[in-house]
Design a protein around this ligand. Structure first.
Ligand SMILES: [Zn+2]
Length: 280
C-alpha cells in the first residue's frame, strides 16, 4: 500500500494546503472568535474582539520594528546538534527535523540589522514557532552573535523574546546558555551599548531568568505572560493562592519588575523613543 502513502497522500495534502484554503484564511483567538487573517495583519495581529496580542513570527516582527520594513538578516552558520543524544517519546534529532520542516527555520533565533526611526539598530528575535522558542546552544550562540554585531556597529541591541525557557532536550548544555547570555550582556554594558528587551507572550523559564530580564529598559507587550515557574507549581509550593493577574506584564509593571507595558499598535513609536533616549 506504499503507493497510497507515497503518491496519493502527498497529492491530497498539496490540495488541502493550497494557499486559499480556509485554514490559511482564518485563525481562532483565545476568546473563541474566528479571525480573518487579512484583518489580523492590518491590526498588528491583535484580536479586534478581546485585544489579545497573538503570536507574530520573526519576519512579521522585523517588519513591524524596522523602518520601511527594510533590514539585513545576519547569517547564522551554526550546526544544530544533539549533545546528549537525547530521546524521550521521540529522538531529539527527529523533533528538530520536524520543527525545521514545519517552520522552514533552522532554529528559534534570528538577528537582523536595520534602522528604527533612522537609528541603526540590531534586533534579536526568539520565535515561539520553533519548539516553543526554547533556548539551546543554537539560541545562546545566536544571542552572542547579536551582541557582537551591536558592539561592532556601536548600535543599540533590541532582544525580543517569546519562549517556554531552556530546551530540556539539551539538559545541562541548555542551562549553560544562561550564564553565556549574561556574560555577553556584561560586555555590552562595558562598551556602553544600549540593550533593550521586548518581552512578548509568553516569556518564561530560563529565558526570563537570563537575558530577557537584563535590559537597560524592559518593555513588555500588553497582556503577556512573563514568569519563571508556572503559577500552579508556585501555588503548590508556597501553599497560597496567587492573584488572578499574577505573571502578567501589568502585574510585573505594578511591582517594579519591568519598565513599560505597551500595546502593539504603539510599540514601534515607544521603542523608537526609548532608543533615541538611550543613545543620548
Ligand atoms: Zn480575542
Amino acid at each position: 500500500m506504499n503507493w497510497i502513502k507515497n503518491f496519493v497522500k502527498p497529492k491530497i495534502t498539496k490540495l488541502v494546503n493550497k494557499k486559499d484554503s480556509p485554514s490559511n484564511l482564518w485563525t481562532k483567538c483565545n476568546c473563541g472568535q474566528l479571525l480573518y487573517i487579512n484583518d489580523l495583519e492590518n491590526n498588528f495581529y491583535v484580536c479586534g474582539h478581546c485585544d489579545h496580542h497573538l503570536n507574530m513570527n520573526f519576519k512579521k516582527r522585523f517588519n513591524l520594528l524596522f523602518d520601511n520594513q527594510s533590514y539585513e538578516m545576519i547569517d547564522i552558520s551554526i550546526e544544530n546538534n544533539d549533545p546528549l543524544k537525547f530521546k524521550d517519546l521521540k529522538k531529539y534529532t527527529d523533533r528538530l527535523k520536524e520543527s525545521e520542516k514545519k517552520t522552514n527555520q533552522n532554529d528559534a533565533a534570528f538577528v537582523a540589522v536595520g534602522k528604527i526611526d533612522k537609528i541603526t539598530t540590531c534586533v534579536f528575535i526568539l520565535d515561539f514557532a520553533f519548539m516553543g522558542g526554547s533556548m539551546g546552544q543554537y539560541v545562546g550562540e545566536t544571542f552572542k552573535i547579536a551582541c557582537s554585531k551591536a558592539t561592532e556597529l556601536k548600535c543599540p541591541l533590541v532582544a525580543t523574546t517569546s519562549s517556554g525557557g531552556a530546551r530540556m532536550q539539551e539538559g545541562l548544555v541548555s542551562l549553560m546558555q544562561l550564564p553565556k547570555t549574561v556574560a555577553a550582556i556584561n560586555l555590552l554594558n562595558e562598551k556602553k551599548i544600549p540593550y533593550i528587551t521586548l518581552l512578548t507572550n509568553p516569556t518564561t523559564g530560563g529565558v526570563s531568568a537570563s537575558f530577557a530580564m537584563l535590559g537597560d529598559i524592559i518593555i513588555a507587550e500588553k497582556g503577556s505572560m512573563i514568569g519563571f515557574a508556572g503559577k500552579r507549581v508556585i501555588e503548590e509550593t508556597i501553599k497560597e493562592k496567587l492573584p488572578e493577574n499574577f505573571q502578567t506584564a501589568e502585574y510585573l509593571l505594578e511591582h517594579g519588575m519591568i519598565d513599560i507595558v505597551v500595546h502593539r499598535k504603539e510599540l514601534k513609536e515607544k521603542i523608537s523613543k526609548v532608543i533615541s533616549h538611550l543613545k543620548k
